[in-house]
Design a protein around this ligand. Structure first.
Ligand SMILES: Nc1ncnc2c1ncn2[C@@H]1O[C@H](COP(=O)(O)OP(=O)(O)OP(=O)(O)O)[C@@H](O)[C@H]1O
Length: 231
């Protein structure tokens, strides 16, 4: 079986920026593994996730997602590959503010025919997920997304990542706006839904207390050479 993620000799620096660079000799995430990523602020956790998603591309090295090498794909193919195979919960959610939660949740399916097929009845599947994540139906069908609390928006972002059962879920601080009790419950729900989809989960969080719920915790500074200056 292919690894969910395999990164080999990856080197990355932001264009025009000399203060930060990341070198990652070898990072493998097994299929079905639940990986917790921690590291201090500015250490490159979000950068790592964005490399895995193919949103940013490294200067050198190889990133394989479920056996597909991202650098073999042209940018448009990479966007399509991401839509089909990776459910992403962004740190800032990236929800469309004036669309309803349901519209936000089904949006990735428009770019991912296989995922859309998996989802079946899209509205019913969006409602099943939001119910499992603890959001009342009236809220997700009637409101504009901006009318939801931040914690509720975080759940909408999680449902959008999970719909259509992508093989890999990548979550950047998905619990940052929740209180401690809700955080743990949310991670449990995310785990349950990820397991139900037979997916791998890679989650970044500052909150080390959540780490024991995962198969493995990885401190970015232990696997990567991060160079930082002037920060
Ligand atoms: N889009 C970008 N363009 C240029 N530099 C960036 C960009 N995004 C992040 N950086 C820089 O890359 C470095 C690592 O940032 P990153 O967001 O990956 O860290 P992080 O570990 O996720 O931090 P935090 O825990 O605060 O979210 C920082 O120095 C940051 O300024």
């Amino acid at each position: 079986m292919n690894a969910a993620v395999k990164m080999t000799d990856v080197a990355f620096a932001w264009r025009g920026q000399t203060t930060f660079s990341l070198a990652l000799p070898d990072l493998t995430v097994a299929a079905g593994e639940k990986l917790f990523v921690l590291g201090e602020s500015g250490s490159g956790k979000s950068t790592l996730l964005s490399l895995m998603c193919g949103i940013t591309t490294p200067q050198s090295g190889k990133i394989e997602i479920d056996g597909t090498t991202l650098s073999d794909l042209r940018p448009a193919q990479r966007d399509r590959f991401r839509a089909e195979n990776i459910g992403v919960i962004f740190q800032m959610f990236n929800l469309l503010p004036y669309a309803s939660p349901i519209e936000n949740i089904v949006l990735p399916l428009a770019f991912a025919p296989n995922r859309a097929k998996q989802a079946g009845d899209q509205t019913a599947e969006a409602l099943r997920l939001t119910k499992a994540l603890g959001l009342p139906e009236t809220l997700v069908t009637r409101a504009r997304t901006t009318e939801l609390s931040i914690g509720q928006q975080q759940r909408v972002a999680a449902a959008r990542a999970l719909i259509g059962k992508p093989r890999l879920i990548i979550a950047d601080e998905p619990t940052s706006s929740l209180d401690a009790n809700t955080q743990e419950a949310f991670v449990d729900l995310l785990m349950e839904q990820t397991a139900a989809a037979d997916a791998s989960l890679i989650m970044v969080s500052h909150d080390a207390r959540l780490a024991d719920r995962f198969d493995r915790a990885l401190d970015l500074s232990e696997v990567a050479q991060v160079s930082r200056s002037g920060t």
